[in-house]
Design a protein. Sequence first.
Length: 137
Amino acid sequence: MAVLTRSNRRTNRQGTAMDHVRLESQDEAVRRFLLSLKLEDGGTMLEFNGQPVACIMPVAPPTTTGDAEWTDAKNDRRCDLLERKYAGMLTVEEAVELHTLQEEMYRYVDRVAPLPLEQVRRLHHELLRKAKDAANS
């Protein structure tokens, strides 16, 4: 159920393959229901009035550590899967593979080119202080 319990850090990053929902913030009945679903052998299809509305699938554990290199071959495969996704032809297995590749790419980017969040926070606080000073004068 890792897809349902991801941190908010990746939720808003553009290019994320799917939305992430923090399961611990849901009602107890919802948590029990979701945790009771079968995830082996491809997951569970949720239906409403006989129509599929959602697919809950297992997420493969990362096959690499955060130190793995991001290769052209991995990026080419990720791009192929994204094209299949937007063409509406992505299988469940490919969706899991895409999610895994996306997460691996994000870990690699965070390692080799982390966003300068601390500098941005300092600038934001400085601008807020200047705006407050200007409003008070």
